[in-house]
Structures are given as structure tokens and as C-alpha cells.
Write a protein that binds this ligand. Structure first.
Ligand SMILES: Nc1ncnc2c1ncn2[C@@H]1O[C@H](COP(=O)(O)OP(=O)(O)OP(=O)(O)O)[C@@H](O)[C@H]1O
Ligand SMILES: O=C(O)c1ccc[n+]([C@@H]2O[C@H](COP(=O)([O-])O)[C@@H](O)[C@H]2O)c1
Length: 271
């Protein structure tokens, strides 16, 4: 398949990033290798979208710090970026809406701004003149996929957490790249869910052979205990945390008595 004919993919990772870790960055590299190995895709961009403060997760520090840490972590990357649109919204934004937003923005960028899309753009303009172009054509040449760990995939079955129609839209319309995580059996989970099984061709499960237990929870716990987190986080992030005195027993209690935003929709119990 010629380079120009490959499907351009933007990977979007949504999460707390409280704080961003080396594993979050590794997820992008694993996903890109996996997709490009198929020969069908070319990954053109990675976007990190830290959740807004209104998500109200226990221990979630201010979005401005989480965004800044993600920015520092991605400074040296040529393709992974941070976007603060989601974190700047006053209310918590459902992930399906975040994906729709970035799909619209990236679709315009990817189809019209890239130098090597000139050929494609010309062809598309020709089709438009002939009246044969449609959104369907655009989707075939550009896709935005949600990038997540297997714990997020498994959270789809948590009662009252995700809307069924949002799950169907995420896997049916956009697609998912899921990185395995110890304690989760992503393949089995897809098999056991009717909707995920229906759209299984849009779900790429990427095996992380170098089992990696880095989690933001572990990092915060270590910081609170005064232990080193060097080499678990990008160096500039370690320095930022030290300079700003982030993460303490007190910050871990933030939102302790607040219901997580997605659960508030149903007035159900806390996490
Ligand atoms: N070690 C890991 N392996 C695979 N996926 C991971 C790993 N750590 C984080 N992720 C994924 O990164 C995304 C953002 O995660 P998030 O910010 O919630 O980090 P986290 O480490 O899971 O946080 P926390 O420990 O606070 O729950 C999610 O899709 C999550 O599944
Ligand atoms: O859209 C939803 O219904 C939905 C329900 C639960 C969680 N999410 C998103 O999933 C991400 C979970 O992050 P975390 O840190 O709680 O693992 C975060 O970006 C949330 O906005 C999204």
C-alpha cells in the first residue's frame, strides 16, 4: 500500500494524568508501533487530554498543574502533544464528546494542512467537484482513535459509569487502542461484551510484554511518603512536582466526599 493511501490516525488519550508518568508516554509508542506494523495505518499525532477538575476524582489536583506536567513530559516528543480544551471546560465532559471535538479539529488539520496530503486533497477536491465526496470518504482516510489502558476498557462494565450509546459510538464510529495492564484480561472482556464483540475489528489490543506496573496512584503514594519517583516520571515533571510542592496527604483527600462526575448523572453511590 502506498504511503499516501494509508489511513492517517490520531491517537487520543483521556485520563486524569495525575501526574503523567513514563507509562502514559510509552502507551503512545506501543500503540503507534502496533498500528503501523499492520501496514494499514500511519499515526500522525498523539494527543493527551487531561480531565477537568469537575471530574471530582479523589486526589485530583488542579488541571493547570496536570496540563503543565503533561506539557513538560511531551516537550521532547515530535508527535505527542497536550491539549487543554477538555480541562478548561467548566463541567466534566463525557469522553465521547471529547473525542467528537478532537475528531472535528484533527480531521480539518490532517486532511488539509499536511504537505503530503496534497495529492489526496487534490483528488478529494476533484471528487467534490463531481459531487461524489462524502463524510464517509473522509473517515476512510483519517481516523481518531481513543487510546487507553485495559482498566478503562473494563470500566465500561461498571454500572452507571458509561452511557451504553457512548460506548457504542466510541468503538463503532471511532475505534479503540487498548494497552494490556496486569490484572485485566482485555481479550476476554471484549469477547464477553456484545457491543465490544460486535465492533471487535475496531478494537486493537496491544500486548505490553514488558509488564509495567507504573501507575499515577503509586507515584502519588511514593511522593506523599517522601520517596523518590525519579525514573518513573520524566525528569522535568519530577522537578516541577518538587518546585510546586505537589502531592501531599492533604491533596490526596481532595474530593474525598464528592461523587465522581459520571456517577452524579444517575445520583448513584461514590466510586
Ligand atoms: N501501567 C499502565 N499500563 C497500561 N495503561 C496504563 C498504565 N498506566 C496508565 N494507563 C492508562 O493511561 C490512561 C490515563 O490513565 P490515568 O491518568 O488514569 O493514569 P493511572 O496511572 O491509571 O491513574 P490512577 O492510578 O490515578 O488511576 C488510562 O487509559 C490508563 O488505563
Ligand atoms: O464518558 C464517560 O461516560 C466516562 C465515564 C468514566 C470515565 N470517563 C473518562 O475516563 C477517564 C478515566 O480516567 P481515570 O483517571 O479515572 O482512570 C477520564 O478521562 C474520564 O473523563 C468517561
Amino acid at each position: 500500500m502506498a504511503l499516501q493511501e494509508k489511513i492517517r490516525v490520531v491517537l487520543l488519550a483521556c485520563g486524569s494524568f495525575n501526574p503523567i508518568t513514563n507509562m502514559h508516554l510509552r502507551m503512545f509508542e506501543l500503540a503507534r508501533d502496533h498500528l503501523e506494523d499492520t501496514g494499514r495505518y500511519r499515526v500522525v499525532k498523539g494527543i493527551i487530554s487531561p480531565v477537568g477538575d469537575a471530574y471530582k476524582k479523589k486526589g485530583l489536583i488542579e488541571a493547570c498543574h496536570r496540563v503543565e506536567m503533561a506539557r513538560l513530559a511531551t516537550e521532547s516528543s515530535s508527535w505527542i502533544t497536550v491539549d487543554d480544551w477538555e480541562s478548561q471546560q467548566v463541567d466534566w465532559v463525557e469522553t465521547a464528546k471529547v473525542i467528537r471535538h478532537h475528531h472535528a479539529v484533527s480531521s480539518a488539520e490532517v486532511n488539509y494542512d499536511e504537505v503530503d496530503t496534497v495529492k489526496f486533497t487534490k483528488k478529494r477536491r476533484l471528487e467534490e467537484t463531481k459531487g461524489s465526496s462524502s463524510d464517509h470518504n473522509r473517515l476512510e482516510t483519517f481516523q481518531l482513535k481513543l487510546l487507553c489502558g485495559a482498566d478503562v476498557l473494563e470500566s465500561f462494565s461498571t454500572p452507571n459509569l458509561w452511557k451504553k450509546e457512548d460506548i457504542a459510538e466510541i468503538v463503532g464510529r471511532f475505534g479503540l487502542v487498548c494497552i494490556t495492564r496486569s490484572g485485566c484480561d482485555a481479550e476476554k472482556f471484549v469477547y464477553q461484551s456484545d457491543v465490544l464483540h460486535k465492533y471487535r475489528k475496531n478494537i486493537h489490543i496491544v500486548k505490553e510484554w514488558v509488564t509495567n506496573e507504573i501507575s499515577a496512584t503509586h507515584v502519588r503514594r511514593a511522593i506523599c511518603r517522601g520517596q523518590s519517583v525519579r525514573y518513573l516520571l520524566p525528569e522535568p515533571v519530577v522537578h516541577y512536582i518538587q518546585d510546586q510542592h505537589l502531592y501531599s496527604a492533604e491533596s490526596e483527600q481532595k474530593n474525598a466526599d464528592v461523587i465522581l462526575a459520571p456517577l452524579q448523572r444517575y445520583g448513584s453511590a461514590t466510586e
